[in-house]
Design a protein around this ligand. Structure first.
Ligand code: ZN
Length: 76
């Protein structure tokens, strides 16, 4: 399974969804034009963001601190 990214000359599809042209900026990795600034923007184009999100997870939350609460089990 491999995702082929379009050439750099092609802007990221997010630019078409961007409500304002001044929110467009170069991707932080490949310099492709992408919706970079403002609410909904991303510093990376979707082609660069994809594998990164897979590593980070789409919902990055703080670690579960309640793991200490273990139910009392039978002893002996
Ligand atoms: Zn990129």
């Amino acid at each position: 399974m491999s995702t082929v990214s379009p050439p750099i000359s092609e802007p990221d599809p997010s630019t078409f969804a961007c409500p304002s042209g001044d929110k467009i900026g170069p991707c932080g990795s490949c310099q492709r034009k992408t919706w970079k600034y403002g609410n909904g923007g991303s510093p990376l184009c979707q082609w660069c963001m994809g594998p990164v999100q897979q590593q980070w997870g789409t919902t990055v939350r703080h670690k579960n601190t309640r793991s200490q609460l273990t139910p009392p089990g039978p002893t002996g």
